[in-house]
Ligand binder design. Structure first.
Ligand code: ZN
Length: 448
């Protein structure tokens, strides 16, 4: 069948039983499915926060998607699927692999790469917009940490997540131990180590991945983060002494290394001359430090671009993108979403009431009653108008905040594939996952 669909509904808690309760989501989705002649084969739902992928309904849906028989995954809004851009990217990848299109009722998008990108921007924007959510998440994490539970189901190499616990995976822990042992000898760097692991274990790790493993204290059985220190969540894989030894080697090597300024730019900025990726460096003049990205290849005639300039250009481009694709859309949505259609038709014309009283159609008692009712309705209309205004103000406030603070947060949150600059040090392209072939800055011009 060509129109086989799955549907997914979610509310974050039982209390959220308002307009967009599970039933309302289901009704809206089913209605659209009927209109478009989609046949819904399976509906799943969760009463759980969208900040984690650990949801039974979602797991079931994704498992179904992976059978490859479905054309559509229907949701009321994308944020029902997830609140996290990272998780959304994972889901998009699964759906793309299986030719399943994610269809959101409230965020219609084209059925192509640009449409998927558009969806991604919606999720990204939502994620950023609801900074509150992050705070909630932090509180939930704190709570979990206090209870001695794992924060997330994604655990580092060497472990697997089993029902809230981290368990050692023997084969993987051997890789970790090998990395520590070899690095301790002080002969190999991250890149060489990554190659060795590939040969010896047939396991792919980037040099950066190796570095991450070497600085992750979790392997000593201690988890430290902003929420505190927990010694009972991860079993030990590496002895303290070896870990400290490795840290000393890393530090001694780092002295000569360039500092990492904006990590999200690492390996992302493409040299317009040789096509390699640019390396960060800095220069100190007087009391000021200037950050640059430059091509370190000796065979390349090279380029050097000021980091602040690079970021400013990226920011300007992204702002334009948001302006062109999102700002109006968001405001329009608020207008549409507002429950508060002015109930003018229902408003009782007071003059008419007095006329009816004069002609004897209404008794004085009835008049009083009708006038009182009219007053209540009038108040209700005003309250609703105020609520809508407030909502609109809030969104406008958010947008203007974006205008003031810029897009740095958004940039760091994007899964950047690469950034193109030209010989004149102009940023000409931003390419992100999962559509690395589409230049975000040329969205309007691209035709697919
Ligand atoms: Zn170059």
């Amino acid at each position: 069948m060509d129109n086989l669909a799955l549907a997914y509904y979610r509310v974050s808690s039982k209390r959220q039983g308002d307009r967009w309760s599970l039933v309302a989501q289901q009704e809206a989705v089913q209605k659209v499915a009927r209109q478009r002649s989609y046949s819904i084969a399976l509906e799943c739902q969760d009463v759980k926060s969208g900040s984690s992928m650990d949801r039974s309904g979602l797991r079931k849906i994704l498992a179904e998607v992976e059978t490859g028989q479905y054309n559509y995954l229907l949701v009321w809004r994308l944020n029902r699927l997830t609140r996290s851009l990272a998780d959304f990217l994972k889901m998009t990848a699964i759906c793309q692999d299986n030719d399943t299109q994610i269809v959101s009722l409230m965020e219609p998008a084209q059925e192509d790469a640009i449409g998927r990108l558009q969806q991604q921007i919606y999720v990204m924007f939502g994620e950023w917009q609801l900074g509150v959510l992050k705070d909630n998440q932090k509180m939930a994490y704190q709570q979990k940490m206090n209870e001695g539970k794992l924060l997330s189901s994604s655990v580092p190499l060497g472990y697997e997540y089993v029902a809230g616990q981290a368990k050692v995976v023997a084969a993987e822990s051997q890789i970790v131990q090998y990395i520590y042992a070899e690095y301790s000898l002080g002969r190999l760097g991250y890149r060489k180590l990554a190659e060795c692991i590939h040969q010896k274990f047939d396991y792919a790790l980037t040099p950066n991945g190796v570095a991450k493993i070497l600085r992750n204290r979790v392997y000593t059985g201690v988890l430290e983060n902003q929420y505190g220190r927990q010694a009972n969540l991860f079993p030990r894989i590496i002895e303290d002494r070896q870990f400290e030894h490795v840290q000393r080697i890393r530090q001694s090597r780092q002295v000569t290394k360039k500092h990492a300024s904006n990590e999200f730019l690492q390996h992302k900025v493409v040299c317009p001359v040789c096509g390699g990726s640019l390396t960060p460096t800095h220069m100190i003049r007087g009391h000021r430090q200037y950050d640059y990205w430059y091509c370190a290849r000796s065979a390349c005639s090279g380029i050097r671009i000021n980091e602040a300039d690079l970021l400013a250009q990226l920011d300007a481009h992204l702002m334009t993108l948001i302006d062109n694709h999102l700002r109006e859309r968001l405001l329009e949505e608020i207008r549409q979403r507002s429950v508060m259609k002015p109930m003018v038709s229902q408003m009782i014309d007071q003059t008419k009431l007095f006329q009816q009283f004069e002609t004897g159609e209404l008794s004085s008692e009835e008049l009083a009653e009708q006038l009182a009712q009219a007053k209540v309705i009038k108040q209700r209309v005003t309250t609703n108008q105020i609520a809508q205004k407030q909502l609109e103000l809030k969104v406008r406030g958010l947008l203007s905040k974006l205008d003031q603070t810029g897009t740095e947060g958004l940039l760091a949150g994007l899964d950047i594939d690469h950034i193109e600059i030209n010989g004149l040090k102009q940023v000409t392209g931003l390419f992100i996952q999962p559509v690395p072939k589409i230049n975000l800055f040329k969205l309007g011009d691209v035709d697919t």
